[in-house]
Design a protein around this ligand. Structure first.
Ligand code: ZN
Length: 485
């Protein structure tokens, strides 16, 4: 554990270099930073594959340990086995190629030029398939990569969950768009400095601990770190304050998870969020089920009036409809709650086919565009709005996309259980008091960190098996009412 603790500490340092790079690093430092991060990665890889770890694991008697001890060993064994299966040469090659590929992708997206990106993407896919083959040892290639982000989950399980979501999401989308109701968008100018003040207030309201956190601006909002150093970022668009506010609330959800983990697990494998899906369940329930609820938006409306004056939305009901406006669009990160998961379902099918060898990179754009038109009813107008919009594939994140919808699904389950346990939740939300909700999540989910596998973490929190029904029921009730269906 002493050896592992030092590895975890070094990993936190590496993560903080990444935070620095996205927030305050001087522009001219990029090349040197690349070397610094590469050096940290080399040290971390050597520690993760250190043969002594294998010897210690082999000598260990698991039955002599308590629950937390067994969880630590399970996670250490998992990390060691994974790191040892991938040859160092391949790991270094993936790191090098994806770092270059991210630049190529950014360039191709800026110029709307798919042809510029595809040769690089083909190289990334080839390397990730090779890595998956080492990890899978004859089993499914995609499952091997998915397991990195959602331990224990298989592509077949994801496929079944998504198949249950899809027909009702499509039906809800069509009903909403066919309803004839068109809530007004927000109009006006919202001062950036005042937005950041409001964002800080929202972070505090949602329970963000400022003694172990800070809020900065970045191009893409993110959260970073764990334990007693959990930082978040947001972005500011002066015509769209919701971007800033809901990005902040989302990242506070991620950071609260890390801040809330039992301090006894600090700088250990258990002392971190257990999976990307569970992580996203926290950010999504903060952002959507709580932050976009009628009760809370009533409070937000009043606070925004105080800060920004009259911004032309007529009362809290109209404001609630504006916050939850359903608008078809090309971009996943800007999608509303009705459309969001359809973006993910599509990416899951495409990336799984790529990794399993059923879809060639050369045919990806055609496949993307056909699927988008089928699911969203409009043709893709330009590649930057199509397959060039997300960074994930360029940096080798295959198996990551489904965890977004899994997070939404888990958030749906947690929200139903939360409402069951705290019947008068809306009274607190309407007063801008998130403590009953965030306290429940801290107790049920956050403080346990990686103590139990992801699905079990959620099952224990809700007192039953997680499934798609609560999310679907929530979406149909909320948007059915908003759009008079
Ligand atoms: Zn997130």
């Amino acid at each position: 554990m002493a050896f592992q603790r030092e590895t975890e500490a070094l990993a936190q340092v590496a993560g903080r270099l990444g935070w620095d790079q996205e927030t305050v690093m001087p522009r001219g430092a990029a090349a040197q930073r690349g070397e610094e991060m590469g050096a940290m990665e080399a040290v971390l890889h050597a520690r993760r594959t250190d043969p002594r770890v294998g010897e210690w694991l082999a000598a260990l008697d698991d039955s002599a340990l308590d629950e937390a001890g067994r969880a630590q060993v399970r996670l250490i064994r998992r990390g060691y086995t994974r790191a040892s299966k991938v040859p160092g040469r391949l790991a270094a090659e993936i790191a090098r190629v994806t770092s270059v590929a991210q630049g190529v992708w950014a360039e191709a997206r800026a110029q709307n030029d798919v042809g510029r990106f595809l040769p690089t993407l083909a190289e990334v896919v080839r390397l990730k398939r090779e890595e998956a083959a080492h990890l899978a040892e004859g089993r499914d290639l995609y499952d091997a990569l998915l397991d990195d982000y959602e331990p224990g989950m298989t592509g077949a399980e994801v496929e079944a969950m998504f198949a249950a979501l899809r027909p009702r999401l499509v039906a809800l989308r069509e009903a909403v768009l066919g309803s004839g109701r068109r809530p007004e968008p927000l109009r006006g100018h919202f001062d950036g400095t005042e937005q950041m003040r409001m964002a800080a207030e929202l972070a505090g309201v949602f329970g963000y601990d400022w003694t172990t956190g800070r809020l900065d601006r970045s191009v893409h909002p993110f959260s970073s770190g764990s334990g007693t150093d959990c930082r978040i970022t947001t972005r500011v668009a002066e015509d769209d304050p919701f971007n800033c506010f809901y990005s902040t609330i989302h990242e506070v959800g991620h950071a609260s998870y890390e801040q809330g983990i039992d301090r006894a697990f600090l700088l250990t494998p258990v002392g971190q969020g257990v999976s990307m899906g569970v992580h996203e369940s926290q950010s999504r329930i903060y952002e959507n089920q709580l932050g976009r609820s009628r009760a809370f938006t009533g409070w937000l409306h009043a606070r925004m009036r105080e800060r920004f004056g009259d911004f032309g939305v007529d009362g809290p009901e109209a404001f609630y409809a504006t916050v939850n406006r359903v608008v078809p669009g090309y971009i996943r990160t800007e999608a509303d709650e009705v459309h969001y998961n359809l973006h993910i379902l599509m990416r899951f099918d495409l990336e799984r086919a790529l990794i399993r060898g059923a879809l060639d990179v050369a045919d990806l754009e055609t496949a993307w565009n056909a699927r988008f038109e089928r699911d969203f009813g409009v043709p893709v107008d330009m590649p930057a709005h199509g397959l060039l919009q997300d960074v994930h594939w360029s940096v080798g994140l295959f198996g990551y996309f489904p965890t977004y919808t899994l997070g939404n699904l888990y958030a749906g389950c947690l929200h139903a259980a939360l409402r069951r346990d705290i019947p008068d939740l809306d009274a607190a939300l309407a007063a801008g008091d998130l403590r009953p909700a965030t306290g429940w999540l801290r107790e049920r989910v956050q403080r346990h960190g990686g103590l139990r596998p992801p699905r079990e973490t959620i099952a224990r929190a809700i007192g039953g098996e997680p499934g798609p029904e609560p999310l679907l029921a929530y979406l149909e009730a909320k948007f059915g009412e908003l759009y008079g269906l």
